[in-house]
Ligand binder design. Structure first.
Ligand code: FCB
Length: 440
């Protein structure tokens, strides 16, 4: 890698990220069914109909997985606490689930790893999906109750708590584009989910504050957008897309407003009285988590429904996902978010990484593409710090190859290879490269 730890401020954290449903194995420990189990069982939703029943069996193997993090010299671990494990029906605490997170957090501390918790990384209990999931305002209050229950158990030992992971994916991608659970293509459902997920964040923040928690924030995904050509229509379409993808959630949570370019299309479908929720949604947070992967080029498309935009991948090299590799986009977001929205508030790169078609040969995985990807994005982060952004850490997505949602187990993001038949872990060359860079 073309950087070393000493290039960064002393308190800068290096870590890796995961999410509960993607690694734990949800058939263990009394976890309840999630809307991802439902979605995966529907025709054509997920590659080979795969679900998270076993995943990486991290539920039983977490000690070894945390050893690998520690051996890499990592400072912190970003994980999520599954709502469906803690409350299998969304409402009733499951002692076994709470015990699991208790053990997990202690195991991090024993290894000197700072626990970075995410409350909601998409593990919605199926029982709440039955009641309308994120279309239903009650889900936001139930989420607050879940925040209370898990915080009572582990809140004394975590370093940071993010309420929600990637509100755009939870709402627009899942309720308008239909790619993720619950797989809807419904504008009314979308408008509700896009507001309720922000309200859940606000209620979650209120509950955490009531318990005296500090270092609380939200994790939002940002996608670099640029017009494909100079046509005024493409420029306008890019503004609309940027408002939907990149501004809706950060504006709501930091300013209490929604960008007009997006609200124009959604307003007729918004839940009544949404304006009254904006003060709770925009209460102060302590950090912003930024997930960044790629860039899209945008043109206008009058033949399609609102928002009348067409997007395509940029021209650069692609990952196994077909996503363009564009490290400048990360630098650009870190500086833009600091300048326009959060000033000096700490930012963490909470996810950045790439999938590749990795193979084990002679007990090793040679992945120079990933080593370069990580190096380039960490250098982009360093440049953003030089530009004045208060970036405090970088978490690689992901620690392990895992359940990549609609792509099942096909796309490998890990810096550690997982054989999904034997569940054997093999650290990839990029793991070793990152380890030696952060040892310097
Ligand atoms: C993000 C998700 C994460 C993972 C990566 C590749 O959108 O937060 O769970 O799927 O993408």
């Amino acid at each position: 890698m073309d950087f070393k730890r000493s290039d960064f401020p002393k308190d800068f954290l290096f870590g890796a990220a995961t999410a509960a449903y993607q690694i734990e194995g949800h058939q263990f420990g009394g976890a309840g069914p999630t809307h991802w189990d439902t979605f995966a069982a529907g025709p054509g939703n997920v590659v080979r109909g795969e679900d998270g029943a076993v995943a990486c069996d991290h539920y039983h193997r977490f000690a070894d997985d945390l050893d690998l993090l520690k051996d890499a010299g990592m400072d912190a671990y970003r994980f999520s606490t599954s709502w469906a494990r803690v409350m299998p029906d969304g409402r009733t605490p499951n002692p076994e689930g709470l015990d699991f997170y208790d053990r997990l957090v202690d195991a991090m501390l024993e290894r000197g790893l700072k626990p970075f918790q995410t409350l909601y990384h998409w593990e919605l209990p199926a029982a709440l999906a039955d009641k309308g999931g994120w279309m239903n305002r009650d889900t936001c209050n139930y989420f607050g109750d879940f925040a209370d229950v898990i915080t009572d158990r582990i809140g004394d030992r975590v370093n940071a708590i993010a309420t929600i992971n990637e509100p755009w994916c939870i709402s627009y991608l899942s309720h308008f584009l239909g790619h993720h659970a619950p797989g809807l293509r419904d504008i009314r459902a979308t408008a509700r989910a896009m507001h309720h997920i922000n309200l859940a964040h606000g209620i979650g923040m209120s509950r955490l504050r009531a318990k005296g928690m500090t270092n609380c924030g939200i994790v939002i995904n940002f996608d670099h957008t640029a017009p494909k050509d100079n046509a005024p229509e493409s420029v306008a379409a890019t503004r609309t897309w940027d408002a939907i993808m990149n501004r809706w959630f950060i504006e709501a949570t930091t300013r209490g407003t929604y960008p007009l370019e997006a609200l124009t299309g959604l307003d007729p479908h918004m839940p009544r009285g949404w304006e009254d929720d904006m003060p709770e949604i925009s209460q102060p947070i302590d950090f912003l988590g930024v997930n960044y992967y790629t860039r899209h080029k945008v043109t206008a498309d009058d033949t399609s429904v609102w928002p009348h935009v067409a997007t395509e991948e940029g021209p650069g090299d692609k990952t196994q996902m077909g996503w363009e590799i564009y490290p400048d986009g990360l630098q650009s977001f870190l500086t833009r978010l600091s300048r326009d929205y959060i000033g000096d508030m700490p930012i963490y790169v909470t996810e950045n990484g790439m999938a590749w078609d990795d193979h084990v040969e002679n007990d090793a995985v040679n992945d120079p593409e990933r080593t370069k990807f990580i190096s380039d994005h960490i250098i982009a982060t360093k440049q953003a710090i030089a530009d004045g952004a208060n970036v405090k850490g970088f978490f690689y997505w992901s620690l392990l190859d895992n359940y990549e949602w609609a792509f099942g187990y096909e796309k490998r993001f890990g810096m550690i290879h997982v054989d999904f038949e034997t569940l054997k872990r093999t650290p990839k060359a990029s793991y070793h490269a990152l380890k030696s860079a952060i040892a310097q």
